[in-house]
Design a protein around this ligand. Structure first.
Ligand SMILES: Cc1cc2nc3c(=O)[nH]c(=O)nc-3n(C[C@H](O)[C@H](O)[C@H](O)COP(=O)(O)OP(=O)(O)OC[C@H]3O[C@@H](n4cnc5c(N)ncnc54)[C@H](O)[C@@H]3O)c2cc1C
Ligand SMILES: *[C@@H]1O[C@H](CO)[C@@H](O)[C@H](O)[C@H]1NC(C)=O
Ligand SMILES: *[C@@H]1O[C@H](CO)[C@@H](O)[C@H](O)[C@H]1NC(C)=O
Ligand SMILES: *[C@@H]1O[C@H](CO)[C@@H](O)[C@H](O)[C@H]1NC(C)=O
Length: 471
């Protein structure tokens, strides 16, 4: 008699998985390669920004064409095999772009071309923004992408996309002309407002629910020298820093200016530190905008006129070997009292989290103009659920060592938003913690429209075999 022990089940699973990998390898063209544990490509394909987002897949596949990607999705669907789709690998929720099944790594979709007649750029879904900026800046243009180095084009764009240029042009999704999409049935299709309004709407914020995007056509804008960088300050200066942050948030109306201010505890014993990223879309900012920050004595400072690409490359973050959870804390303003509420909660949570292996607990305030959602019509995108009022995201970021503490940090990150987030304000898919209800991001109407679209383009539920926020 065969004893079906958990061990036997795992072994069977592994064998079935490898069978799927071999089947894919037998069907795709020579443009596509598969990799197995032990190879450097396999390691790169499975690697994520946070080790807590990485999983050991059975094999990884680097599709080299949209046709091959269609074949791969077909096999995964037929065999009911779990998979992950990775762009830049910056998702901080485990299983969103990682898997114990088949890891699809999009790196070979690395096209970046600018068309000056249409003033649009075609960008492959496997790029990271650094490479996009480098190529486009050399041609004097730019697109709306991530605000720091290393982030993937695909996840950022499909979740919404808050950029340094958002005060001028809106979210990344407000500047999409078309998506090239491989649908779960393997069809390669160009999705525009005119070709399929419901699918176009749904892809703008709906991430990986509708298929795999292979390239984006984005509006491009002229880009010359910018001014910016980052500076850090002593916690002794917290009241001046906070007053300056509140003043910047409420008073600066120049759409070319933007900032991110971060409050974070790190070290042992935990010490508070303050930092500011500053951006101006021009070689020198007009007086007044950043003066309060520039007058504060800084501990470190790298702010100057430079190319946009150089500015982004100066903003580099690594989670090292820490585990990571993030969440958004939507608020309506960054008044001094709102910021103080966030600081008090950070202080309060630090006292327990640093006894549980914390290496960093931080929040970043991200002031944007109240007009940020006015750059696209109402109901033109799945996220945000409403464009009636601007919502300020506020990014929460906890890092720690030791998987056994995961639940403590996840619970604390959830509780932080529960306590200080504005109820009913749209939650941001690219920051929200796993488990956040999709109606909190897209609204009930939006979810209904997305569900109907999903049933039409993915009747067999192939995209439910991969993680993420599911409609
Ligand atoms: C250090 C840091 C800085 C950040 N800065 C910003 C910022 O300035 N502005 C901002 O808005 N957000 C920012 N984010 C959040 C960021 O937008 C998300 O982490 C986003 O998911 C990253 O995209 P990615 O391609 O790197 O991620 P991945 O982990 O590769 O993918 C994220 C999600 O997208 C799906 N996906 C990936 N590729 C495809 C595809 N081709 N087709 C369909 N689905 C796909 C994945 O399956 C997954 O669900 C930041 C995050 C970090 C960690
Ligand atoms: C900033 O903090 C330092 C002490 O570290 C102090 O000497 C200085 O006066 C403070 N500056 C302001 C503007 O508060
Ligand atoms: C929180 O604030 C109190 C009072 O200012 C301070 O004594 C304490 O050290 C802070 N906690 C941490 C973790 O820094
Ligand atoms: C957006 O959609 C909602 C729900 O379908 C509808 O009530 C509203 O009128 C729409 N708004 C616009 C501006 O079309």
């Amino acid at each position: 008699m065969l004893l079906v022990t958990p061990f036997v089940l795992t072994l069977l699973g592994t064998m079935l998985g490898l069978e799927v990998c071999h089947r894919i390898a037998g069907k795709v063209s020579s443009a596509t390669d598969l990799y197995y544990p032990g190879s450097t490509s396999y390691a790169a394909d499975n690697k994520h920004y946070a080790i807590s987002s990485s999983q050991a897949s059975m094999c990884s596949v680097e599709p080299g064409s949209a046709e091959d990607l269609g074949i791969i999705l077909g096999i995964l669907g037929e065999t009911n095999t779990r998979f992950g789709v990775k762009g830049g690998g910056h998702a901080t929720n485990q299983g969103f772009s990682s898997t114990t099944g088949v890891q699809i790594a999009m790196t070979r979709f690395n096209e970046v071309t600018y068309d000056c007649t249409t003033q649009t750029a075609v960008i492959g879904a496997g790029n990271i923004w650094d490479d996009v900026y480098k190529i486009l800046n050399a041609q004097g243009v730019n697109v709306l992408g991530a605000r720091v180095s290393g982030i993937g084009v695909a996840g950022f764009t499909l979740g919404g996309g808050y950029a340094w240029l958002s005060n001028q042009y809106g979210l990344a999704i407000d500047n999409i002309v078309s998506f090239e999409l491989v649908t779960p049935s393997g069809t390669i299709t160009s999705v525009t407002e005119a070709s399929d309004a419901d699918l176009f709407f749904s892809l703008k914020g709906g991430n990986n629910n509708f298929g795999i995007v292979t390239r984006f056509t984005l509006k491009a804008f002229p880009q010359s020298t910018v001014w910016g960088g980052s500076a850090s300050y002593s916690a002794d200066n917290i009241s001046v820093f906070t007053a300056a942050s509140a003043k910047f948030s409420s008073e600066v109306s120049d759409p070319k200016a933007a900032m991110i201010m971060t409050y974070g505890y790190s070290g042992s014993p935990a010490q508070l530190s303050l930092s500011g990223m500053m951006f101006y879309d021009g070689p020198t900012p007009p007086g007044g905008i950043f003066d309060d920050f520039l007058a504060l004595p800084s501990l470190s400072k790298d702010i100057k006129s430079r190319s946009f690409y150089d500015f982004i490359m100066s903003l580099e973050f690594s989670a090292d070997n820490d585990r990571v959870v993030s969440n958004d804390i939507p608020v309506l303003d960054y008044s001094e009292s709102t910021i103080k509420g966030l600081i008090d909660e950070l202080n309060h949570s630090a006292s327990t989290l640093f006894t549980q292996g914390a290496s960093l607990t931080a929040f970043s305030i991200e002031p944007f103009l109240p007009t940020i959602f006015d750059h696209a019509p109402a109901n033109s995108s799945a996220y945000p659920s409403s464009r009636e009022r601007a919502v300020l995201l506020t990014n929460l970021n906890f890092q720690w060592v030791g998987e056994s503490h995961d639940s403590v940090f996840h619970a604390a990150a959830g509780a932080f938003t529960q306590k200080l987030g504005v109820p009913g304000a749209p939650r941001y898919p690219n920051y929200a913690i796993a488990g956040t209800p999709v109606k909190d991001m897209y609204g009930e109407e939006g979810v209904r429209r997305m569900e109907a679209t999903r049933e039409r383009v993915d009747p067999r539920g192939v995209m439910r075999l991969t993680g993420g926020f599911k409609v």
